[in-house]
Design a protein around this ligand. Structure first.
Ligand code: TXA
Ligand code: MG
Length: 338
């Protein structure tokens, strides 16, 4: 199959493909998504094939207007309404009991559905034009970093999907915050652009799922199937160093060798003697979020790199999301240096 690269002006072509059971990669403010008609089980199953995604991992359904949620869920409790009113459109996904219209392929056999109203204008216009909600996971090959540009999508999906709609670089750069309202109190399953503190200020207590910051035992039942899979892993081995910037620089400089690299802050590049990849400024967690996946993809392109030492980000605010992704890329290998 030939994958068409569509510009913003060709939005009608993308809508046509989606209405007719095709799979199209679409931009959102978080990361690019691999979209298909959420009511068409056959179209949705093509997404799983293109990504190589395990069939037991459910998808998020994207809508363009809050009213569209009523056809997707069986209940819309007050706390969910509060969250949607405050944070939509934006990088928040909420999980609720599903309606009968959701096919098994979307919910992966669960009784729930994840819903999101993205803020990216092109994404919302496309959903409107297509006239259907779109099921879409991140548009990467399963296990690779999520794509934040159309070029990233092309690297992973060329020849496997109908088209890619180019909407520029994603402004948030990490996937949405995922919260389930099917537990009491609600549980944060994946940190993202909307922080735990912001959620709590709207609806009170929110539990933090164990899998957000720690490695969970694979045999344990997890609420969010995506949590149990290896994620965002470059080919090189990543090790996080939890320490000051000075200690980090000192540590990697003692390692100097050809196959070692550092994933560091912009400010530290000039002090480091091994190859460097950067993921933003130490002062700017939003920029770290926006840059991390691109940095991981760049590391992958350099075959000489075998070990990457990564400076540990702050874990507060959006930093929790940055750490959550990085610690998965590192397979939970963290060294604490006093
Ligand atoms: O920002 C995002 O959320 C992007 C863009 C494209 O919207 N999408 C995205 O989708 O990151 P994906 O499939 O890569 O991640 C969705 C996560 C997975 O970990 C999945 O297991 C979980 O949400 N999830 C989806 N539906 C669920 C459900 N009904 N119950 C529990 N977890 C669910
Ligand atoms: Mg994903």
């Amino acid at each position: 199959m030939q994958t068409k690269l569509l510009s913003e002006r060709e939005i009608d072509k993308a809508a046509f493909l989606l209405k007719n059971g095709g799979v199209v990669a679409i931009p959102t403010e978080t990361v690019y998504g691999l979209a298909a008609n959420a009511f068409d089980g056959l179209a949705v199953s093509k997404i799983f094939c293109a990504k190589g995604r395990p069939m037991d991992n459910p998808l998020i359904v994207h809508i363009s207007d809050i009213q569209e949620i009523y056809q997707l869920v069986a209940e819309f409790p007050v706390k969910a309404q509060k969250l949607c009113r405050k944070f939509w459109p934006g990088p928040l996904t909420i999980i609720l009991p599903k309606s009968k219209k959701i096919p098994r392929e979307v919910s992966a056999g669960l009784e729930t559905v994840a819903v999101r109203l993205p803020s990216h204008k092109l994404a919302r216009n496309l959903i409107k034009k297509a006239g259907i909600p779109l099921a879409a996971p991140s548009a990467n090959i399963s296990g690779k970093p999520s794509p934040t540009t159309a070029l990233h999508v092309l690297e992973d999906m060329d020849g496997k999907i109908d088209a890619i709609l180019d909407g520029g670089t994603c402004s948030v750069g990490l996937e949405s915050t995922v919260i389930t309202l099917t537990t009491n109190p609600p549980t944060l399953l994946r940190p993202g652009g909307v922080t735990l503190k912001q959620l709590e200020s709207e609806i009170g207590e929110v539990d933090l799922d164990d899998a957000v910051l720690k490695k969970v035992d694979n045999s344990k039942k997890v609420i969010s199937p995506g949590m149990k899979y290896k994620h965002y892993a470059p080919n090189a081995k990543v090790i996080i160093l939890e320490c000051s910037r000075e200690k980090f620089i000192d540590y990697v400089n003692h390692k100097s060798s050809e196959n070692v690299a550092a994933l560091c802050y912009n400010e530290d590049v000039n002090f480091i003697q091994v190859k460097t990849f950067t993921y933003g400024s130490y002062k700017n967690p939003e920029l770290q979020a926006k840059t991390l996946f691109d940095a991981l993809r760049e590391i992958d392109k350099d075959e000489s790199v075998e070990i990457v030492y990564a400076i540990c980000p702050s874990k507060s605010g959006i930093g929790m999301a940055v750490y959550n992704r990085l610690v998965r890329a590192a397979g939970f290998e963290v060294l604490y240096i006093e």
